[in-house]
Design a protein. Structure first.
Length: 186
């Protein structure tokens, strides 16, 4: 927990990346599918890298860091697939995004369950994880609403996730400040 709270900035940066991606997507919902693939690929790759960095940084202090690592690796894989297969169809992209959202959502829920013993406010990560899983399931259940609706869903989802991670980062920052003297003495 100490390492996680010290690295609250990475979580905040992950939230800012999601917020920026969501805003860009919502501000221009008529972007082409190719642009969406590249934007999403960049977002998934950056998010995955930040998550892997956080998981590796916390591997000694957090016995369940593997869930974060798997979520981050899924994000990196999703981003790379989007870059190397830019001609991917809307439905294939939809299922790729859905799988990534479900895997990362489950990883976030697992991490939140472990954090509940250490901090208050872990519910933010649970909510983010549940929203991510629900988003992925909705994409699988309703694959044909059209490219514009998918763009709007992705943009809204990325903004909500970005806000949730920024809020979590601020909670971790507060925890770090409250416990910094105690952890330094230990």
């Amino acid at each position: 927990m100490i390492t996680l709270s010290r690295n609250w900035g990475w979580i905040a940066l992950r939230g800012v990346a999601g917020l920026i991606f969501g805003l860009l997507t919502l501000m221009n919902p008529l972007i082409s599918l190719a642009t969406l693939v590249l934007l999403f690929g960049a977002y998934a790759l950056v998010d995955g890298v930040f998550t892997v960095v956080a998981a590796i940084a916390n591997r000694r202090d957090e016995p369940h860091w593997v869930a974060l690592l798997l979520g981050g690796l899924a994000g990196i894989a999703t981003g790379l697939i989007s870059f190397f297969l830019p001609a991917i169809t809307a439905i294939a992209l939809l299922f790729l995004i859905a799988a990534w959202a479900i895997v990362t959502g489950i990883a976030e829920i697992v991490v939140a369950i472990k954090l509940r013993k250490v901090i208050t406010g872990e519910w933010l990560l649970v909510v983010a994880g549940v929203l991510s899983v629900l988003f992925g399931v909705l994409l699988v259940v309703f694959p044909g609403p059209g490219a514009l609706a998918v763009v709007l869903w992705i943009g809204a989802w990325a903004m909500v996730m970005g806000i949730m991670f920024i809020a979590l980062a601020l909670r971790l920052r507060g925890w770090n400040r409250a416990h910094a003297p105690a952890t330094a003495a230990a």
